[in-house]
Design a protein around this ligand. Structure first.
Ligand code: FAD
Length: 504
């Protein structure tokens, strides 16, 4: 009979390493020893600060108090993303979390909205999105604390300080028995099958294991350097390959959304936390130099910079096998898609969901790793297509970058999705995808895809009823949102973080 896994070793202690340690220490039986190796000398990338709603489900599943987590990570709330200058300069749109409108007569709101448009109503789609309405007015309330109100179907995620998240999860995991080793991994030992048998630290210590998680970031020490697993390169589809990150003082209360503004050669983000804001410029090194990107970013940030600009090169793509032999790569070691939809941290806990679902014996049966790789591969592909959607419909041709974006290849599957949607607003949805109908509808709409017609199923509703229902939402939603506390007030009242002195 197959031997069970008795010892699991996590290489790396960034967001990926400690998130894996926290999840595994919570779910695995104590008969499996979990150890983590990290090197303070190398440090972590420390830039992943915007999340998506399932992140909060994870926090709750681990039994972590949400308010405490927000306080401890200097967190703020995120109702979606505000995109500016993507289709054309001067235009903007929101990708909100949660629903847009409600079902009418059992049919998706979007189709009713399309019908109203066909009847001459030109009210924008986002007027009916509770998260957009709150975000636009910098208001916040936990939607589940407001049942049976116009904002009840909104959803939200968090902005968090990445280094504080790693610290929080470290405390959580160590309290549940994870052993941490400080040190530099110098050598990866493999047996005759090519399985990893131990990690040797440069000071001579040797950490044996049955199953290894490679959380060493872009270094990919185990999966790539030791096992030689290849990489699927998506840099033809997504042209950006570098980012500059800089932190600034907050000058106003944090806004409850991630801000993503297109630039001449990429885009910049702004993620406000309670004690500071994270900023960055994601760009294509074929179109702008590091120095120019730094100058562009510094000329646009609000508030005084409190860190030196950090340049982060990256290669868009994913491993050909995210799990190979007895090594599962997680986080940046497994792949990377630019952070436009804040999906990398999501892929970390997705990989732990799948690892727990397909948890192997010590022989790591390939049927399990094959299934894991299929599921992770489809998540990566879905996210990549969704991110490409933000670019491929642009009408911008004002810089060489945007002209190259317009000429970049688009996969057959994404072209088909866009063509289907352009016909009658239908979507090709999978069963287990991160981005559901309201997300695709918001970005398609924001990027100018206007379906030719609505689905006649919604014509069953009398026109007068439809008009009255829409008018009621248009009246009630803003009236209710106006009564809510501002995002800043909400944070100060419910989850104020400790004050931090920013360096002079
Ligand atoms: P790292 O943080 O790089 O950690 C690697 C770990 O491995 C460290 O502990 C290091 O010490 C250790 N290590 C490496 N080599 C050795 C060795 N030889 N010996 C011992 N230890 C070693 N994600 C989001 O979800 N939202 C975002 O908004 C977002 N923004 C991003 C912006 C940018 C510009 C980039 C590049 C990424 C962004 N991400 C975002 C992704 C996110 O930052 C990462 O997914 C997340 O931080 C996980 O990183 P990691 O733990 O895999 O790697």
């Amino acid at each position: 009979m197959t031997q069970p896994v008795k010892s699991l070793v996590i290489a790396g202690g960034g967001t990926a390493g400690w998130m894996c340690a926290a999840i595994l220490s919570h779910y695995l039986p104590k008969t499996i020893r979990v150890q983590l190796i990290e090197s303070e000398q190398i440090g972590t990338i420390g830039v992943g600060e915007s999340t998506v709603p399932p992140f909060l489900e994870l926090i709750r599943r681990l039994g972590i108090d949400e308010q405490e987590f927000v306080r401890e990570t200097q967190g703020s709330f995120k109702l979606g993303i505000r995109f500016k200058n993507w289709r054309r300069k001067g235009e903007e749109y929101y990708h909100p979390f949660g629903h847009i409108g409600g079902h009418i007569d059992g049919q998706d709101f979007y189709q009713h909205w399309l019908r109203a448009r066909d009847l001459g109503d030109d009210t924008p789609l986002q007027i009916y999105a509770p998260a957009t309405e709150m975000a636009r007015h910098h208001k916040f309330m936990l939607p589940f604390k407001a049942p049976r109100t116009p904002i009840a179907s909104a959803s939200f995620a968090l902005h968090v300080d990445a280094s504080l998240v790693a610290k929080y999860l470290r405390r959580f995991a160590e309290a549940r028995g994870v052993t941490r080793h400080e040190g530099m991994i110098g050598k990866v030992d493999q047996d005759a099958r090519g399985f990893i048998s131990a990690l040797e630290l440069t000071d001579g210590r040797r950490i044996d294991g049955d199953l290894f998680l490679d959380c060493t970031g872009f270094r990919a020490l185990l999966i790539e350097k030791a096992l030689g697993v290849g990489y699927i390169d998506w840099s033809q589809e997504l042209l950006c390959d570098r980012a500059i990150a800089v932190q600034t003082e907050n000058i106003n209360d944090p806004h409850p959304y991630t801000y993503a503004e297109a630039q001449g050669s990429g885009w910049r983000w702004r993620i406000p936390l309670q004690h500071r804001a994270g900023n960055g410029y994601v760009y294509s090194s074929r179109h702008i130099s590091d120095e120019e990107a730094i100058q562009t970013l510094l000329s646009q940030v609000e508030g005084r910079p409190v860190t030196k600009p950090m340049v982060v090169p990256f290669k868009t793509g994913m491993r050909t096998e995210i799990w190979a032999k007895n090594c599962v790569s997680v986080g940046l070691a497994s792949g990377f898609i630019e952070p436009l939809e804040s999906t990398a941290i999501h892929l970390i806990y997705r990989s732990m969901d799948f690892l727990l679902r397909y948890f192997p014996g010590a022989d790591c049966d390939p049927n399990l790793s094959r299934e894991f790789n299929l599921r992770m591969g489809s998540d990566y592909t879905e996210i990549k297509d969704f991110v490409v959607l933000h670019y491929c419909l642009t009408q911008r041709d004002d810089t060489p970058f945007w002209r190259d974006v317009q000429a970049a290849p688009v996969t057959q599957s994404l072209r088909e999705k866009i063509a289907l949607f352009a016909e009658n607003g239908a979507l090709r949805e999978g069963v287990d995808e991160l981005f559901r109908a309201p997300s695709w509808q918001s970005v398609m709409d924001g990027m100018g895809v206007k379906p030719r017609r609505h689905n006649p199923l919604v014509d069953r509703v009398p026109e007068a009823d439809l008009r009255a229902t829409l008018a009621a939402v248009r009246q009630q939603l803003p009236a209710f949102v106006a009564t809510l506390p501002s995002h800043g007030e909400f944070l100060r009242t419910h989850c104020p973080a400790a004050e931090v002195k920013v360096p002079a």
